[in-house]
Design a protein around this ligand. Structure first.
Ligand SMILES: Cc1ncc(COP(=O)(O)O)c(C=O)c1O
Length: 367
């Protein structure tokens, strides 16, 4: 069994992907070719916002969003310590300060109860993450941000396709960012990402920043980056997107089946999807009383599992200048030491899931 089965999907669409790749090789427009614009139009419509700016990675999407908001050295951006490093890394890259707030114990997403206390006169943005496939509580986060006049950037790298109160991820705040890293719910065959916004001026700035701050050829009114999505990756995404809506449904179905199968196993907690949310289960992540025993049990039965973000960002050397210590964000630390992600993909079979369940069974006898 694969942890994430990318091959099953490729088998279904290999011919059309080969055709799309051949078309790019034939026209030869490897940078900003027609597939890039076709993809942007399609994704903007899917998300429900006027602008999609495709880019080279989810990390670049977040970086360009912050650059477009003119985040300066010493500015503060509120985010979470329980996430992939990119979320806070891009803040530090601009010499701004990541200000961490703890996550909720059930969804592992930003806890809106902690935001207000973290806001200072230097706060310039709030950047919640939709970890493991479901959006943060964007309704409450937006309400707090609005009261203080602070823009919200959604890091939707893991929750593209998920909904919050009936609206899609990346259409929930001023700017939404996502990643097309291969293992993401919508992944390409390399690095890729996208930014979404309804704000015309910001979209214009981000399009410029994506191409070295260039507005017309050889004119650079802004400092930018080389942040373009390759035409080949856009071509691959166009074909993968054909399957995406049904894959999101399959992910939800498989998530529910895990919930039922694993409900009675002592010593583990299955994921909680908040009311008003749907999840695309980028990962199916449980909390285990003894995570290391559980993963060893699974390994002995050839069942793959991964513990993500075992050291939260406030305890990483990269952010040592923030002078945090263990205990500063207890929920993040608890999740980091108890989480375990199980095999997940839209092509995971019921038999596979029953095998995972059986694999977990010797674990509880050791508790
Ligand atoms: C929450 C989160 N933010 C940002 C990123 C960055 O995306 P990329 O790897 O495409 O740069 C990722 C990817 O792993 C992620 O999971």
């Amino acid at each position: 069994m694969q942890f994430i089965d990318l091959a099953a999907q490729q088998k279904k669409i290999r011919t059309s992907i080969d055709r799309r790749i051949s078309q790019v090789l034939d026209h030869g427009k490897y940078i900003m070719g027609p597939e890039v614009f076709e993809l942007e139009e399609m994704l903007a419509e899917y998300v429900g916002v006027p602008h999609c700016i495709s880019c080279a990675s989810g990390t670049d999407a977040l970086l360009m969003a912050l650059m477009a908001l003119d985040i300066q050295p010493g500015d503060e951006v509120i985010t979470v310590p329980y996430t992939w490093i990119s979320t806070a890394e891009v803040i530090a890259l601009l010499r701004a300060k990541p200000v961490f707030v703890d996550v909720q114990p059930n969804t592992f997403n930003m806890d809106p109860n902690h935001i207000e206390a973290a806001i200072t006169p230097r706060t310039r943005a709030i950047m919640p993450v939709g970890i493991y496939g479901q959006c943060a509580d964007m309704t409450r986060i937006n309400a707090i941000a609005e009261r203080h006049g602070i823009p919200v950037i959604e890091d939707g790298a893991q929750c593209f396709g998920a909904t919050h109160q009936g609206r899609r991820s990346c259409n929930l705040s001023l700017i939404g960012c996502t990643s097309f890293f291969p293992s993401k719910p919508l992944g390409c065959y390399g690095d890729g990402g996208a930014i979404f916004t309804a704000d015309d001026d910001l979209a214009d700035r981000m399009r410029q920043i994506r191409i070295h701050g260039q507005k017309v050829k050889h004119q650079h009114p802004l400092v930018g980056i080389n942040g373009r999505l390759d035409t080949l990756q856009a071509a691959i995404l166009l074909e993968k997107f054909v399957l995406f809506p049904e894959e999101c449904e399959a992910r939800a179905r498989i998530g529910r089946r895990y919930d039922t199968l694993l409900a009675d196993i002592p010593g583990i907690t299955t994921p909680v999807i908040a009311p008003g949310n749907t999840s695309v289960y980028a990962q199916y992540t449980i909390l285990a009383k003894d995570r290391d025993a559980l993963s060893a049990t699974l390994k002995s039965r050839d069942i793959p599992s991964v513990a993500y973000y075992t050291s939260p960002l406030h305890l990483q050397g990269a952010f040592s200048d923030l002078n945090h210590k263990p205990g500063d964000f207890p929920v993040s630390e608890h999740v980091a030491s108890h989480c375990l992600s199980l095999p997940m993909s839209p092509y995971l079979t019921q038999t596979d899931q029953e095998t995972v369940k059986r694999g977990l069974t010797p674990y509880h006898t050791t508790l």
